[in-house]
Ligand binder design. Structure first.
Ligand code: GLN
Length: 490
C-alpha cells in the first residue's frame, strides 16, 4: 500500500517538492474509493478541502509561515464536531444535524493548517467492535471487502490504510481506536484520559471516552496528538498537564526496557486465534533480542474487566443518550396525535438502532433503584481494583504488552449468536479505558497472506513519551520492516 505519512507530506509541502493541492487531490481520489467501495467515509468535503489546500499553496508562495500541519489531509470520525459538517455519530437520531462549531481537536487541526477531508463511518454512537451498525452501512476491510474493519472507528482505520488522508481522528471508549487499527494494519494511539479535550465529541460514556489518532506510523500519530492535546477551557476533565514534544523525546531503543506481559493473556488469545498469539510471541522475542526484558505480571481477571466495562459504559450511555428526546435534540416521530410520553418513546424507538437500545436498557437497569449496588457500584469497585493492580504492575515494568485483539478481522457473514461474543473482542483494550491510561496498537509481522495483527502497549498515565518511544522501537520489527534489512533503523 502506498501511504504517505503526516510528516512526509508536511515536509514535502514545506520544502516545495509537493503542492498542497496535489496532496489533497491524491487523498481525495482515495477518499472516493474509501467511500464507494468500503463505506469508510460518509461524506467528503471536496470543495472546502481543495480551497483550503490552495490557501496553503498561496501562503507558501507568498513566503508566509505555514502551520505545523499545513496541507496535511485528515479525516474525522463522525462523532467529532466539525463546523458546517453534518454530525450523525452513525445514528438516525442525529440525521439532519449540522454542527455550528468545531470540536477543540478539529479546531486545533484546522488552526495547524491540516485539511479536513471528510467524515469517517462508525458504529452507532461508537457502540460496537466492527463498524457495522452505523446508518451509512457496514465498513469494509481495506484488504478483504468480505471482512469487517473493526470498530467503532472502522471508517477512520480504513481511510488511513487506503491513504485517504494521512491520519484520522477517532474516539476510544473501550478500544475503538486500537481495535480497528489492529484489524486494518495501521497505528492507533489512545492518549491518557484528559490529555485531549472531549469538547465537541458526541458523548458515549464520559468517564471512558477519549479522542485518539489513527495513522500509518507511531511518529505520525504522535505528531497529530501533539497538535490536538493539551488543556482546554471547554472541558473540565481536560488535564492541566503540559504537552511535551513527543517527536524528539522518542528514543527508539529497547535496551533495558522492562516489558510486562500479563499472565494468561497470550494463552487467551491462543485459544481464540493461534496466529495472533504466535505473532505476539515472535514480536516479543525480537524485542528481547534487542535488549528488552520480558516480565510476567499479574492483572485482575480479564472477564471482570469486560463485565465492569460493559456495566459502566452502558450506565453512562443511558444517561448521556437521554438528551435525545425528540424535543430538545434529534429525530422526532412523525406519528400524529401522540402525547409527550409517546413522543419520547416513539422518537427514540425510531431513531436508535437495536444495539443502542439494548445498551440503554442494560445501563438503565444497572443504575435503577434496588440494582444500583449490585451492578453499577460493584462495577465501579472492580474498576478501582483493576486500576490498583495495573498500578502495581508498573512498579515492576515500564510498559505492558498484549495482543490488541484476540482475533484477526472476521467475515461480515459470520454470525454471532450472542452480543457478548462481540463484546469479548474488547478483552484487551478496555483495561486502558477503565484505568485512564495511554495505549498504542501497532501492526506486527504476520504470516504471508494473513490479515493484519496488532500488538498493544500501555504506559502509566501521562507517559505518552514512553509509549511512543517503545512503540517506535517495536515498529523496527513490524510488517513494513520485515522486507528491509533486519534491524534497520527508522
Ligand atoms: N467495542 C466497545 C463498545 O462497544 C468499545 C467502543 C468504543 O471504544 N467506542 O463499547
Amino acid at each position: 500500500m502506498t501511504q504517505q505519512g503526516v510528516r512526509q507530506i508536511r515536509d514535502a509541502i514545506r520544502d516545495g517538492s509537493l503542492r498542497a493541492e496535489a496532496a489533497v487531490e491524491a487523498a481525495l481520489l482515495r477518499a472516493r474509493i474509501a467511500h464507494d467501495r468500503h463505506a469508510a467515509l460518509v461524506e467528503i468535503d471536496e470543495e472546502a478541502a481543495l480551497e483550503a489546500a490552495r490557501a496553503v499553496d498561496t501562503a507558501r508562495d507568498a513566503g508566509r509561515t505555514l502551520g505545523p500541519l499545513a496541507g496535511v489531509p485528515v479525516t474525522i470520525k463522525d462523532n467529532i464536531a466539525v463546523r458546517g459538517w453534518s454530525l450523525h455519530a452513525g445514528s438516525r437520531i442525529l440525521e439532519g444535524y449540522r454542527s455550528p462549531f468545531d470540536a477543540t481537536a478539529s479546531k486545533r487541526l484546522r488552526d495547524a493548517g491540516a485539511i479536513l477531508l471528510g467524515r469517517a463511518n462508525m458504529d452507532e454512537f461508537g457502540m460496537g467492535s466492527a463498524s457495522t451498525s452505523g446508518v451509512a452501512g457496514a465498513v469494509r476491510h481495506p484488504v478483504d471487502l468480505a471482512c469487517v474493519a473493526g470498530g467503532s472507528s472502522g471508517g477512520s482505520a480504513v481511510a488511513v490504510a487506503l491513504g485517504a488522508g494521512a491520519a484520522s481522528l477517532g474516539t476510544d471508549t473501550g478500544g475503538s481506536v486500537r481495535l480497528p487499527a489492529a484489524l486494518c494494519g495501521v497505528v492507533g494511539l489512545k492518549p491518557t484520559y484528559g490529555r485531549v479535550s472531549r469538547y465537541g465529541v458526541v458523548a458515549y460514556a464520559s468517564s471512558l471516552d477519549q479522542i485518539g489518532v489513527l495513522a500509518p506510523s507511531v511518529d505520525d500519530a504522535a505528531t497529530i496528538l501533539a497538535t490536538i492535546a493539551g488543556p482546554c477551557p471547554h472541558d473540565a476533565t481536560s488535564a492541566q498537564v503540559p504537552v511535551p514534544d513527543w517527536r524528539t523525546d522518542a528514543d527508539a531503543s529497547l535496551e533495558g526496557v522492562r516489558i510486562g506481559v500479563p499472565r494468561g493473556f497470550v494463552e487467551r488469545a491462543r485459544a481464540a486465534d493461534a496466529v495472533v498469539a504466535d505473532a505476539f510471541e515472535a514480536t516479543l522475542a525480537a524485542a528481547v533480542a534487542s535488549g528488552a526484558q520480558r516480565i510476567e505480571v499479574e492483572i485482575a481477571d480479564l472477564d471482570a474487566a469486560i463485565a465492569a466495562y460493559y456495566v459502566i459504559a452502558t450506565a453512562e450511555a443511558s444517561t448521556n443518550l437521554s438528551r435525545y428526546d425528540g424535543v430538545r435534540y434529534g429525530h422526532r416521530t412523525a406519528v400524529p396525535g401522540v402525547d409527550l410520553a409517546q413522543l419520547h418513546g416513539k422518537s427514540r424507538s425510531e431513531g436508535f438502532g437495536p444495539e443502542v437500545q439494548r445498551r440503554i436498557l442494560l445501563g438503565t437497569f444497572a443504575l435503577s433503584a434496588g440494582y444500583h449496588d449490585a451492578f453499577y457500584e460493584r462495577a465501579a469497585r472492580v474498576r478501582a481494583r483493576i486500576a490498583a493492580t495495573v498500578d502495581q504492575a508498573f512498579a515492576t515494568c515500564d510498559v505492558l504488552a498484549m495482543p490488541t485483539s484476540p482475533v484477526r478481522a472476521w467475515r461480515h457473514d459470520q454470525a454471532f449468536d450472542d452480543p457478548t461474543t462481540v463484546y469479548a473482542m474488547d478483552a484487551y483494550t478496555v483495561l486502558a479505558n477503565l484505568c485512564g491510561l495511554p495505549a498504542l496498537s501497532l501492526p506486527v509481522a504476520a504470516p504471508a497472506g494473513s490479515l493484519p495483527i496488532g500488538l498493544q502497549l500501555m504506559a502509566p498515565a501521562f507517559d505518552e513519551a514512553r509509549l511512543i518511544a517503545v512503540g517506535r522501537a517495536f515498529e523496527s520489527f513490524g510488517p513494513g520492516a520485515s522486507s528491509n534489512e533486519a534491524g534497520g533503523a527508522r
